[in-house]
Design a protein. Structure first.
Ligand code: HEM
Length: 456
């Protein structure tokens, strides 16, 4: 199913049968698929608590140390504790603001690399992935880590293995399947690769902290800012305040997840925005005009209203997580419209279908940023026909500000400093999608940056 673009197939099925809620038996597992804003509201608002858990996934179990992360952790004390930590500490507005200098430095490095390559085709997707990875790495680990090829293999493959539609995911009682298909050894190889990098990072932090005799703060006493690993180590050292212990595995799981989430979602979002504006020269010109009139540094980002609309429209058409992360009702049956959802049902919310619902969006498949003009829709998940970050008090994305801060700053710089053209012989941008837990471009995004007149 994964190779067949399930978000599109499920959309076609729902429209054909006019269904808000579809029941789907995949292998041994019962699923329901939610395809309209009305049904999404019931799942993510009315019955948010009942559907707050996640179905078991072998890949998350292996890669996140027994689901000690946030996104794949079952609903319970561990998830509650980590989610609170994320909202109040790791991804709070104050913390996101504290990473501003990191963002600005790395984006100016990107501009310098593009200036050096001006006039020639560049693999822009690869460069975007590098800059988002460096920003996230510095925010999470304190410095841009030298990530070996094995770790980069983990980054490249994780979205695919977490998508959850493999034959071994769908037949959990056939315990031999993951070994037989080679999936288990692939996961173990990935875990070994990420584990050794995470161990090294944590050991470095511990050594630096004990040398400085400090519990975090400015870390090494040389003005180094507190990073996400420091925050987690501080909490580990002060366990008495916590209901759930912060073990080293928890630190590794959370760090890996935030690192991957920061790279995958921001890179995917940027790639689709740029693909869309390359196909829509009118939008490109209008966005560029605005940016070149008002943009100076991160503090002027707030004034880029048209750019906000461009980002929102791209997230509508290309939500990075098109089927969200599935939910599950572990301890109660729920009635959804006229459908009784039995306990332990996986709930797939088809955001891709919802964000293109023709009852809410005129010319729903077209890229028209102006539709967001004078409209109150935001990224908080309050309007259920626009939910690229999910919705609900429990499982909605806690990284909205972190992600949008990166996306908007990079985009503004790309438009401010460069004009963009397609490589010779290429007539249009290929928009083929590659399905995983995030929906990426299938083909590399090669473009030519042309330095904008007189700007170095
Ligand atoms: C444009 C950027 C982003 C988009 C579109 C996005 C989208 C999403 C979506 C759709 C979900 C699932 C929500 C649900 O199941 O209802 C999610 C969950 C999550 N996201 Fe994001 N995300 C973005 C950036 C980030 C960033 C930068 C981070 C952290 C560095 C992050 C961390 C998380 C976490 C930890 C969860 C799991 C929440 C939970 O299950 O409690 N996200 N995100």
């Amino acid at each position: 199913m994964a190779g067949d673009q399930p978000h599109r197939r499920l959309t076609d099925l729902a429209r054909k049968h006019g269904s808000d809620v579809m029941s789907l038996q995949l292998g041994e597992l019962s699923h329901i698929v939610i395809s309209t804003p009305e049904a999404a509201k019931l799942v993510m608002k009315t019955h948010d608590v009942a559907f707050a858990s996640r179905p078991y996934l072998l890949a998350a179990d292996v890669l996140y140390y027994g689901c000690k992360d946030i996104a794949f952790a079952p609903y319970g004390d561990h998830w509650r504790q980590m989610r609170k930590l994320c909202t109040l500490e790791l991804l709070s507005a104050r913390r996101v603001e504290s990473f501003r200098r990191i963002r600005e430095e790395e984006v100016s490095n990107l501009v310098a690399s593009l200036t050096a390559a001006a006039g020639k085709p560049v693999d822009l997707g690869r460069m975007l992935s590098t800059v988002t990875s460096t920003i996230t790495s510095r925010a999470a680990f304190g410095k841009a880590q030298e990530l070996n090829d094995d770790f980069l293999m983990v980054v490249d493959n994780i979205s695919d293995v977490l998508a959850g539609f493999r034959i071994s995911d769908l037949y959990p009682s056939l315990k031999f399947l993951p070994s037989l298909t080679g999936f288990k050894s692939k996961l173990e190889k990935m875990r070994k690769a990420s584990d050794s990098v995470l161990d090294r990072i944590i050991d470095d932090h511990k050594a630096r902290r004990s040398m400085a005799g400090s519990k975090g703060g400015d870390g090494d006493g040389h003005g180094r800012k507190e990073d996400l690993v420091d925050v987690l180590l501080n909490l580990q050292e002060n366990q008495e305040d916590l209901g759930v212990p912060i073990t080293t595995d928890v630190i590794k799981a959370i760090t890996l997840e935030l690192f991957i989430a920061g790279i995958e979602t921001s890179t995917t979002t940027l790639e689709w925005i740029i693909s869309e504006i390359m196909k829509n020269p009118r939008v490109l010109q209008k966005a560029q005009q605005e940016v070149r009139q008002v943009f100076g540094d991160e503090s002027s980002l707030d004034q880029l209203n048209y750019l906000d609309m461009v980002i929102a429209e791209s997230l509508r058409l290309h939500p990075p997580a098109p089927l969200l992360v599935p939910r599950e009702n572990v301890d109660q049956k729920v009635k959804l419209i006229s459908y009784d959802v039995p306990i332990n049902t996986s709930v797939i919310v088809n955001v891709w279908a919802i964000n293109r619902d023709p009852r809410y969006w005129k010319e729903a498949d077209r890229f028209i940023p102006e539709r967001f003009m004078d409209c109150s829709i935001d990224h908080k998940g309050t309007d259920f026909h626009y939910i690229p970050f999910g919705a609900g008090r429990r499982r909605m994305c806690p990284g909205v500000s972190f992600g949008l801060a990166i996306v908007k700053l990079i985009l503004a710089n790309l438009l401010f400093h460069f004009d963009w053209t397609l490589p010779d012989g290429q007539k249009s941008v290929n928009m083929t999608e590659s399905f995983g837990v995030t929906l990426r471009r299938q083909h590399a995004l090669h473009l030519i940056p042309v330095s904008h007149g007189g700007v170095p």
